[in-house]
Design a protein around this ligand. Structure first.
Ligand SMILES: [Zn+2]
Ligand SMILES: [Zn+2]
Length: 163
């Protein structure tokens, strides 16, 4: 079993556990959604996920995609980010098992998301928690700006039809 397969097996086991705990049906749709999430390396929104499931010609309703995503966030298998400002918050998701702590760069023109890791962030966290006697549990750091991808200006923003 390679690493991504064993991650997926762990993720499936955790989903199964939390479905049992909540008394929810262990439907194949939910596991298909989990598989799709764990096959991606991007920061997607719920509509991206819904569209990906349609392309697999899987009969998964929008409601199932949305509530499964919610469930995956609750059981720690998916991380939700709220990018943007108060007036225009966008929820983006990414798988969380097997991922290193990282920070994000969000392009305000094409909305692409990039990641970076910098060990200095860990140092800041340690220094701050020592000097202010504060137990840091998590943090998020997002830089907003414009990327230099060739098609940044022309990439259609939010091409999805939203309901
Ligand atoms: Zn990320
Ligand atoms: Zn861009």
């Amino acid at each position: 079993m390679d690493e991504s397969q064993s991650l997926l097996a762990t993720a499936r086991a955790r989903l199964e556990e939390s479905l049992l705990a909540k008394g929810l049906r262990r439907s194949s749709e939910r596991f298909a959604i989990l598989d799709e999430v764990y096959s991606r390396n991007d920061h997607f929104d719920a509509e991206d996920l819904y569209e990906a499931m349609q392309q697999k010609s899987y009969p998964v309703s929008r409601a199932t995609v949305y509530n499964t995503l919610e469930l995956l966030v609750e059981c720690g298998l998916v991380q939700r980010h709220q990018f943007g400002d108060e007036d225009n918050v966008k929820s983006r998701y990414e798988k969380s098992l097997g991922r290193q702590q990282h920070a994000h760069l969000v392009c305000t023109v094409c909305h692409r998301v990039k990641e970076f890791c910098d060990p200095r962030l860990h140092l800041i966290k340690t220094n701050v928690s020592n000097s202010l006697q504060f137990q840091v549990e998590s943090h998020s750091l997002v830089f907003y700006g414009q990327c230099t991808d060739n098609d940044c200006e022309t990439k259609p923003i939010d091409s999805h039809v939203r309901e």
